[in-house]
Design a protein around this ligand. Structure first.
Ligand code: URA
Length: 213
């Protein structure tokens, strides 16, 4: 199935690590390390369109060369708690100057289509920043849509969504609400089961990251 505005990181290293994440025998320590590594690779893809400018620079040989640097776009990462927290350090390893905002969301227990945000803290200058939202899974899309709404309301310039696994239901929900939001993921899986877990998926990402089950 083809999805517009979805980038699947098909690099062999990402695919290998996603397979290790899926393995039920992968313990929390290794799971965290893998999420960190996959997040770095995906961040590489998510920042592919950062604009460059030419500067003149002195090399150790004393020559002035024309060379490229990123031209001043500012980034913010916004992990959705709790699973998105596992992706922050990997993303920051690539863009250490980025600021980090946080969003806490749960789905209403009577109506799973309603997202309730219980925490939000954004960089004060988020309106001058391009935002990359981080979450392990794009499952129903309910939390993703709410988070995009929150960061857009706060003034974010552009918004991307980076996740290890996505599924057709989540992609559709996010793109129905915000077709401009590019999704960067490690795989688009089959879909959701009755309990709204991604199949075949990785199980409960938060529990596996933090060893809570
Ligand atoms: N959240 C998870 O942790 N796992 C899923 O499969 C779906 C949502």
């Amino acid at each position: 199935m083809d999805f517009e505005n979805v980038i699947v990181c098909d690099h062999p290293l990402v695919q290998h690590k996603v397979t290790l994440l899926r393995d039920k025998n992968t313990g929390s320590k290794e799971f965290r390390e893998l999420v960190h590594e996959v997040s770095m690779f995906m961040c590489y893809e998510a920042t592919r369109d950062l604009p460059l400018k030419e500067i003149r620079i002195e090399t150790p040989l004393g020559e002035l060369a024309s060379s490229k640097v990123i031209s001043g776009r500012k980034l913010a990462f916004v992990p959705i708690m709790r699973a998105g927290l596992g992706m922050v350090d990997g993303a920051l390893a690539l863009v250490p100057t980025a600021k980090v905002g946080h969003v806490g969301i749960y789905r209403d227990k009577h109506n799973g289509n309603i997202a309730i945000d219980y925490y939000r803290k954004f960089p004060f200058d988020i309106a001058n920043r391009d935002v990359i939202i981080l979450d392990l899974m794009l499952a129903t899309g309910v939390s993703a849509v709410k988070t995009v709404e929150l960061v857009k309301d706060a003034g974010a310039k552009t918004v991307k969504f980076m996740c290890v696994l996505a599924c057709p239901e989540g992609i559709k929900a996010l793109h129905d609400a915000y077709p401009d939001v590019e999704i960067i993921c490690g795989s688009v899986d089959e879909g959701l089961n009755e309990e709204l877990y991604i199949i075949p998926g990785i199980g409960d990402g938060g529990d596996r990251l933090f060893g809570t089950k």
